[in-house]
Write a protein that binds this ligand. Structure first.
Ligand code: HEC
Ligand code: HEC
Ligand code: HEC
Ligand code: HEC
Length: 153
């Protein structure tokens, strides 16, 4: 009887080490897991308020259309109808709120155009692409294509 009890010490010792490890894990976990983790799901609940508190940067095309009637009309009839104003001019919510306070960038064109139209086999075949090193090199794209309504002539 006594012998058996003496032998079981080699079970009790690792069990004690395991429990100490578990305790340490629980303490560390309680310390590092953010308070709102799991509030709604497997993420930090407070992040929703943090994202909501960020200033809005994009106004959306409908807002631009309110003042820039001509550009909106021209673009709406052309091949760039589906490309939003701010995709080319950058985030412009501050400008839309108060046009004098900030000017949206007015891109020169070529680098911007290449960003979407540079030949790349990873792009879908239907999307119009050019190799800018061979397609009219040394010229600005906007010398031939109108940015708001590009055409193939
Ligand atoms: C409340 C009216 C108003 C709204 C809304 C508005 N704009 Fe403007 N925008 C103006 C005015 C006025 C100017 C001319 C400013 C100047 O010349 O100082 C201007 C100028 C511009 C310019 C020319 C900048 C330059 O350097 O010549 C661009 C590009 C532009 N707006 C894009 C946009 C886009 C994109 C939006 C939507 C996100 C937008 N605007 C929304 C009134 C507006
Ligand atoms: C495909 C890219 C692209 C899109 C989409 C686009 N623009 Fe432009 N926009 C340009 C470029 C490039 C210029 C400069 C044109 C140039 O220098 O010939 C420009 C110029 C302008 C100017 C200045 C015009 C002038 O005569 O100085 C205004 C205002 C403007 N855009 C407003 C808008 C609005 C509003 C929309 C959405 C309805 C829009 N743009 C959509 C690329 C774009
Ligand atoms: C944000 C992406 C984007 C940018 C930037 C952009 N385009 Fe486009 N472009 C498109 C889409 C989308 C279409 C329509 C799909 C298509 O025809 O391939 C298009 C169509 C075209 C076409 C085909 C017109 C036709 O008749 O079929 C030409 C030419 C063109 N763009 C030139 C330009 C030029 C020049 C610039 C720079 C001023 C430019 N694009 C900037 C997305 C873009
Ligand atoms: C000298 C005038 C000229 C210049 C500059 C120019 N293009 Fe073109 N582009 C054309 C003509 C003409 C066509 C139609 C014939 C063709 O496919 O070559 C065309 C066709 C295109 C097409 C459609 C290609 C297709 O396979 O359907 C795209 C996209 C395009 N250009 C983008 C651009 C971009 C981006 C730039 C600037 C890097 C640019 N172009 C500069 C005249 C020009």
């Amino acid at each position: 009887m006594q012998g058996r009890w003496k032998d079981s010490i080699h079970l009790i010792r690792p069990a004690a080490v395991f429990l100490a490890g578990l305790l340490l894990f629980l303490v560390v976990r309680a310390y590092i897991v953010p308070p709102t983790f799991g509030q709604y799901g497997h993420y930090r609940g407070a992040v929703l308020d943090e994202v909501r508190a960020r200033p809005v940067k994009y106004a959306g095309q409908e807002t631009c259309a309110g003042c820039h009637v001509e550009e909106t009309e021209v673009k709406g009839k052309g091949k760039h109808a589906t490309v939003a104003c701010e995709a080319c001019h950058g985030p412009a919510a501050r400008h839309a709120d108060d046009p004098g306070s900030m000017r949206p960038m007015k891109p020169e064109g070529t680098a911007l155009c290449a960003g979407c139209h540079e030949m790349d086999t990873a792009k879908p075949k239907w999307f119009r692409q050019v190799n800018t090193k061979e397609h009219m090199p040394g010229m600005k794209c906007t010398e031939c294509h109108a940015a708001h309504s590009p055409a193939l002539h």
